[in-house]
Design a protein around this ligand. Structure first.
Ligand code: PRP
Length: 184
């Protein structure tokens, strides 16, 4: 496991994004929509760094299931609990990979008439992009490596790590349930 982005660097960047979100929304109360489950740590840290009133909600869209390959067919597993008509909505993602999930969410939300729709993604794996989706707030661009930590998983492991790390092909081939350095 190779650390790609240290915890301190993530915290610094999340703070910057939070301030930018605040300055971009001088009026109104933005609604942050976290995409479960990978968003949870980014969402929690981002909220603490947005110094204006805002609300949160969550959706769940699954396209990877237990595989490391995107099926390319996102599925809405849990919808919003509120109406977004006229709202300033910010989708909060841990990672944009092929872009299929984000494209699906943008289409779904735009049909509901928000006043604005923006996207905040901690990680942008641009080399893998298949759909041309706009991202307003990007934490870090990353290479085409399988990454875990800070909310991201491999077979549901490693989400708790405070940093972003890349798994080697050998680690990806290994039994996912096995305990690996850095995981508890
Ligand atoms: C991940 C991630 C994004 C999506 C990005 O979710 O959180 O939602 O994949 O991939 P894409 O750009 O290729 O569509 P995942 O389905 O792994 O679920 P999780 O957040 O629960 O881990």
């Amino acid at each position: 496991m190779e650390v790609l982005i240290a915890s301190e660097d993530i915290q610094r960047r999340v703070c910057e994004i939070g301030k930018r979100i605040a300055s971009d929304h001088p009026v109104g109360i933005p609604l942050l929509v976290g995409v479960l489950r990978g968003c949870v740590i980014f969402m929690a840290d981002l909220m603490k760094n947005i110094p204006i009133p805002h609300e949160i909600d969550f959706i769940s869209v699954s396209s990877y299931e237990l595989s490391s390959q995107s099926s390319g067919k996102p599925r809405l597993v849990k919808d919003l609990g509120c109406d977004i008509k006229g709202r300033d909505v910010i989708i909060v993602e841990d990672i944009v990979d092929t872009g299929h999930t984000l494209e699906f969410m943008r289409q779904t939300f735009l049909e509901r008439g928000p006043r604005s729709l923006k996207v905040a993604a901690l990680l942008d794996k641009r080399p893998r992009r298949l759909r041309p989706v706009p991202i307003d707030y990007v934490g870090f661009e990353i290479p085409d490596r399988f990454v875990v930590g800070y909310g991201l998983d491999y077979a549901e492991r490693f989400r708790h790590l405070p940093y972003v790390a890349a798994l080697s092909p050998e680690e990806l081939d290994a039994e996912p349930a096995a305990r690996t350095v850095g995981a508890t």
